[in-house]
Design a protein around this ligand. Structure first.
Ligand code: GLU
Length: 288
């Protein structure tokens, strides 16, 4: 029954997509594929709307608030870039972009760009373009405050349970480089790992230090701590459609402007500063 219904829903979506493709071809355009290849820069300017992928559960970075608004450094970066592309705040639709879904969301055109603690990697560059980097974080570990034996990635031996997120780089890094026999649990999002850490079902959570600092600060003092020995460089990029060179240049220009006019530092102080995370200097962003 359920299956039939979802099949029907799927067919409905397909019909709608075809109808939209047929309508999309104004002004001599041939429709969906051409619209799909339009640069972010042109699309944003002409529609004054963008759909932006962010995290919904990362305090200080991308967090959906109880009143339905969004807050965090990534949210501010997204708003700044949108504004530079000619899109007012009212034209932005935020969509949750969980780690494993990011390339897919961009490739399918479900989001126009992503600002979601998204590390620039060679593997991801095969599928999407990146503007930036706009921030450099470092992979680290989050443990319960009373833990004394997890002091870095080397101390995660066989009987330790480690949590990270599907489709993210950190869990694999620990397995590949440090503790091959660590028991790894992968969830859909980091907030689920933090719940598991608090209730004792895992011993540590691994991802970028700036994310972990936000989780530690969101708990009562004395519950969680970041180990504080960053062991990678995570260059955060803004993901957009592969080969959208004009869009990537426009995004880079926006990031450079955000750094130059002080909004970058102000946003970090407001959103990330309260966790105690030491705000780094801005990275060098390509000029085009
Ligand atoms: N920056 C890392 C990544 O892009 C970890 C954080 C995340 O999953 O969002 O995979």
């Amino acid at each position: 029954m359920r299956f039939t219904r979802s099949l029907k829903a799927g067919a409905g979506v397909a019909v709608l997509a075809l109808a939209l493709a047929a309508c999309g071809g104004g002004g001599g355009s041939t429709g969906a594929s051409e619209t799909g290849n339009q640069s972010l820069a042109d699309k944003a300017k002409s529609t004054q709307k963008v759909v932006v992928g962010i995290k919904f559960d990362q305090p200080g970075l991308g967090l959906k608030q109880p009143d339905g608004t969004y807050a965090g450094f990534d949210v501010d970066v997204a708003k700044y870039v949108a504004k530079e592309l000619g899109v007012p705040e009212s034209g932005i639709t935020f969509k949750e972009a969980q780690s494993a879904e990011r390339e897919n969301l961009i490739q399918k055109g479900e989001v126009d760009f992503i600002v979601a603690t998204y590390s620039i990697t060679d593997a991801r560059k095969q599928k999407v373009n990146f503007g930036g980097p706009y921030f450099v974080a470092h992979q680290d570990l989050l443990v319960r405050s009373d833990n004394t034996d997890i002091t870095g990635p080397d101390s995660l031996n066989g009987n330790k349970k480690l949590c990270s997120v599907k489709g993210s780089t950190p869990a694999q890094k620990v397995k590949d480089t440090y503790a091959k026999d660590v028991q790894l649990q992968e969830y859909g999002k980091y907030s689920d790992c933090v719940t598991a850490l608090l209730n004792g079902s895992v011993d540590a959570v691994t991802t970028d230090d700036v994310i972990l600092a936000g989780y530690a600060a969101a708990q009562a003092p004395g519950k969680l701590k970041v180990v504080g020995k960053g062991f990678t460089d995570e260059n955060y990029g803004i993901g957009l459609k592969k080969d959208d060179t004009a869009g990537t240049s426009a995004v880079n220009a926006a990031i450079n402007k955000m750094i130059a006019d002080g909004s970058w530092a102000t946003s970090l102080q407001n959103n990330v500063g309260p966790s105690g995370y030491k705000i780094p200097s801005p990275p060098t962003v390509p000029s085009s």
